[in-house]
Design a protein around this ligand. Structure first.
Ligand SMILES: Cc1ncc(COP(=O)(O)O)c(C=O)c1O
Length: 390
C-alpha cells in the first residue's frame, strides 16, 4: 500500500497512467547516487534515461544555469544571444567536421521530426528508410520510423512512405536504398533495442549507398551521443560523417534541450520562417549545453567512459550476465533470465539499471562521471545474485 501523501499515489490520482513507477521516491541526488525519501542511497546506472551525463548536482552545470537564470531566464530566437551562439559554436566544435550548422529544439523527437522534414524538403522525395529495432520518438514522423510503433502510434497514416532495413544486412541496404529514398535514419548504437552496436560494415554501407543515390543519412544520436560511446558522437567511433545528426537527452545534462546539426549545403536550403521552435535554444538550455561540453572536455570524461567500459566488460560477465554488447556507457548486459528479474534484484542491492526492448538485456546508461568503485559495486551485486529459478 502506498500512503496517501506519497507522490506515487498523488501522481496516480492526477496524471495519465502511462508510466510505471519504480519502488522508491528520490529526495535528492548527487554524483551517481540517488538518496530516497526513506534514506536509501541508490547507485544510478540508468542516468535518468541517459540524461544526467555529468551525474547529479554537478557544480559547473548548476552554476552555469543559476547564473544564466539570474541574468536572462528566457528570450526567443527573434534576438541573437551570446550564450546561444556559444552553445552552437561549442557543439560544432565537437561534431563531425562536415556538420557546420545547428538548429536548437527541446527534445529528441522534435529533433528527428525536423531532420526528417528537412530530408523530404531537400531531396523532394517522400520515402524514408529506418532500421529494424530502431527507436526515434513518439511524434508523427519520428514514430513512423520507429520499429514496432504500431501498438501506440495512433495516427491514421504516416507522413511519408516508410520501410525498414534489417539491421546489419548490407545486401538489403544496397538493394533498398535507391533514388526514391529521401533519407535513411539510424541510431549507430540502438539504445532502446538493448544497446545494440551496429556493425562497421553496415554503417559504412549506409553512408556509401545514400551518397551514391542522393539520399541523406540521418544519425539519431539522441541516446548514443554527448560522450556516451567514448567519442563525443558515436559516428566518430565509426568514422562516419552523416548529413544530419540529432542530439538531445544528455545534451543539457538535465535541462530539456535538443539539437539538429547539418551540413553547410543543407543549411543553405533553408531561410527565415522555414523552421522554428519557441523554446529551442533558450538561454538556460544554451548555458547548460556549454557547461556540459566544457565539463566533458575539462574532466577528460571521454577517456573515463572508455576506461569504465573496459572495466565493466572485464568484471561484469558474472552472475546472470552471459555477454555484453554496446559501446562506452551505453551497454546491454545479456542475462540468463528475464532482464526485469535482474533489474529488480539489482535494485534490492541498491543498484539501478534499466530494461530494454530485448527481454533478456538490461541496459547501463550510467553518468559519464562513473567511478571504478561504482563498477565494483555492480560486479559484486551481480555476483551475489542467486542462480535462476527453474
Ligand atoms: C535514439 C532515440 N531517439 C529519439 C528519442 C526520443 O527522445 P525524446 O524522448 O527526448 O523525444 C529517444 C528517447 O528515448 C531515443 O532513445
Amino acid at each position: 500500500m502506498v500512503a496517501a501523501a506519497d507522490p506515487r499515489a498523488r501522481e496516480a490520482a492526477t496524471m495519465l497512467p502511462v508510466y510505471g513507477h519504480l519502488p522508491f521516491v528520490p529526495k535528492r541526488a548527487t554524483g551517481c547516487d540517488i538518496i530516497t525519501t526513506d534514506g536509501r542511497r541508490i547507485l544510478d546506472l540508468y542516468g535518468a534515461h541517459a540524461v544526467v551525463a555529468l551525474g547529479y548536482s554537478h557544480p559547473h552545470l548548476i552554476n552555469a544555469i543559476t547564473e544564466q537564470s539570474r541574468s536572462l531566464l528566457f528570450q526567443s530566437n527573434v534576438v541573437a544571444l551570446d550564450v546561444r551562439a556559444q552553445a552552437a559554436e561549442k557543439l560544432i566544435g565537437v561534431a563531425p567536421r562536415n556538420l557546420r550548422h545547428v538548429f536548437f529544439v527541446n527534445s529528441g523527437a522534435e529533433a528527428n521530426e525536423n531532420a526528417l522534414r528537412m530530408a523530404c524538403i531537400a531531396t523532394g522525395r517522400y520515402k524514408v528508410l529506418a532500421i529494424t529495432q530502431g527507436f526515434h520518438g513518439r511524434t508523427a514522423a519520428a514514430g513512423a520510423v520507429t520499429w514496432n510503433s504500431d501498438p501506440w502510434y495512433g495516427f491514421p497514416q504516416k507522413p511519408f512512405d516508410v520501410d525498414f532495413i534489417p539491421r546489419d544486412d548490407c545486401d538489403a541496404a544496397k538493394a533498398m536504398i535507391d533514388k526514391n529514398v529521401a533519407a535513411v535514419i539510424v541510431e549507430p548504437v540502438q539504445g532502446v533495442a538493448g544497446a545494440y552496436d551496429l556493425s562497421q560494415e553496415f554503417l559504412t554501407t549506409l553512408r556509401e549507398r545514400t551518397a551514391t543515390q542522393g539520399a541523406l543519412l540521418i544519425a539519431d544520436e539522441v541516446q548514443s551521443g554527448v560522450g556516451r560511446c567514448g567519442q563525443f558522437f558515436a559516428v566518430q567511433v565509426y568514422g562516419i560523417e552523416p548529413d544530419i545528426l540529432t542530439s538531445a537527452k544528455a545534451l543539457g545534462g538535465g535541462i530539456p534541450c535538443g539539437a539538429l546539426l547539418c551540413t553547410k549545403q543543407l543549411a543553405g536550403r533553408f531561410g527565415p520562417g522555414d523552421m522554428g521552435s519557441t523554446f529551442g535554444g533558450g538561454p538556460v538550455a544554451a548555458a547548460a549545453i556549454v557547461a556540459v561540453i566544457d565539463s566533458i572536455d575539462r574532466e577528460n570524461l571521454l577517456a573515463n567512459v572508455r576506461a569504465r567500459e573496459a572495466q565493466i566488460r572485464e568484471q561484469c560477465v558474472v552472475g546472470p550476465v552471459r555477454k555484453i554488447q554496446g559501446m562506452g556507457l551505453l551497454l546491454g548486459l545479456h542475462c540468463d533470465r528475464p532482464a526485469i528479474e535482474v533489474r529488480d534484484a539489482l535494485l534490492e542491492h541498491d543498484v539501478l539499471t534499466g530494461t530494454s526492448a530485448d527481454p533478456d538485456v538490461i541496459r547501463i546508461l550510467a553518468p559519464l562521471v562513473l567511478e571504478p568503485r561504482h563498477v565494483d559495486h555492480l560486479a559484486h551485486a551481480l555476483e551475489s545474485m542467486a542462480p535462476p529459478t527453474i
